[in-house]
Design a protein. Sequence first.
Length: 105
Amino acid sequence: MIEYERSYDQTDEEALERLKLLADYWSAKWGFAPTWDGGTARFDGRVVGVRFRGTVEIGRGRVHARMNAGFLAEKLGGRAYVSRKVDDYLDPANSIASLRARIER
C-alpha cells in the first residue's frame, strides 16, 4: 500500500483544480481516468503492466492518497513518483495555465 499525505497553502478549490489537472495529465499519458466525487478521486487502472487502485482526498488544506499497487510498483519508485508529481502540481510557482499546457492533446 502506497500512502502519501501533505498539506497545501492554496484554497481547497485551487488545490482541487490543480490535482484534477494532474489526473488529466495521467489520463492522457497512461490512458486511465479517475472518477471524482467532490474532493475525492478514485483510480483503478494499469500502468506499465502494474495494476493499481486507490483514492485521493483533497480538502481542509490536506491531500491524502492511498494506492494499492503492490510490491513491484514500490520497487519501481511508485511512492516517489506520486509524491513528486503531487508536489509539482501543488507548487504555487507553477501556474494553472502552465499545468494545463502539460496535458498532451
